[in-house]
Design a protein around this ligand. Structure first.
Ligand SMILES: O=P(O)(O)OC[C@H]1O[C@H](OP(=O)(O)OP(=O)(O)O)[C@H](O)[C@@H]1O
Ligand SMILES: Nc1ncnc2[nH]cnc12
Length: 215
């Protein structure tokens, strides 16, 4: 992974196996001037609604489960609203969501800011001509694909996913979009692992996260 700078709206952590045991959000201010302050009260509810499941899907992994948040419509809406507040009025033409969990948040953000939604899919799911970009996981490799013609050269894009861990998935998404001529403005995730503290970039692009987790 290359240069890393973090652009975090809020902190906290969600090191709890039960969602209501999460610690409060940290007080660090977001660097970069746009978006919610770290003391935005919505961040606490978001952090509290992410369940951390130890040793899933394999030993040693602290899995950040966003499904409890989806069961709380007000909190789900808070998360979407915070991204919408950040990206509206920025001339964003497209929101690109990463399969699978980026598909949960990306379309709502796209509709709210008047942008198109582009699904970045796992291999062999799209029926048309595709751009493909492989990337490394902790074990093995994976690939993202996007339809040719989904993006026009120069269009401004935000990439959305639920979580950034190593950054490998987001980096592949950025490469894929840039090969199609997109202007990738920023990546946006609900959750960032703490090693991405304070301010980071992937492939030179800022990554905006709402809450910090522990792994
Ligand atoms: O920063 P990284 O180390 O690349 O990891 C982050 C990615 O891992 C998870 O997806 P996963 O690959 O588990 O796929 P899924 O959403 O289809 O379960 C998560 O939703 C991100 O897309
Ligand atoms: N700790 C984690 N929790 C949820 N999804 C992940 N993807 C990669 N690491 C993850």
């Amino acid at each position: 992974m290359g240069e890393q700078e973090n652009n975090k709206a809020g902190g906290g952590g969600n090191d709890a196996t039960a969602v209501d045991e999460a610690p409060p959000a940290a007080a660090a201010k977001e660097k970069g001037g746009r978006g919610a302050a770290a003391d935005d009260p919505r961040l606490q509810g978001i952090s509290d609604s992410i369940r951390v499941v130890p040793h899933f899907p394999k030993p040693g992994i602290m899995f950040n489960d966003i499904t409890p948040l989806l069961l709380r419509p007000a909190v789900f809406k808070d998360a979407v609203d915070m991204f919408v507040e950040r990206y509206q009025g920025m001339g964003i033409a497209a929101v690109a969501g990463i399969e699978a969990r980026g598909f949960i948040f990306g379309p709502a953000i796209a509709l709210a800011i008047g942008a198109k939604f582009i699904p970045l899919r796992k291999p062999k799911k799209l029926p048309g001509d595709v751009f493909s970009e492989s990337y490394e996981l902790e074990y093995g490799t994976d690939c993202l694909e996007m339809h040719v013609g989904a993006i026009e050269p120069g269009e401004r894009v935000v990439v959305v996913d639920d979580l950034v861990a190593t950054g490998g998935t987001l980096s592949a998404a950025i490469r894929l979009l840039e090969r199609a001529g997109a202007d990738v403005v920023e990546c946006a995730c609900l959750i960032g692992l703490p090693k991405f503290k304070d301010f980071y970039k992937l492939n030179g692009k800022p990554v905006y996260i709402l809450v910090e987790s522990r792994k």
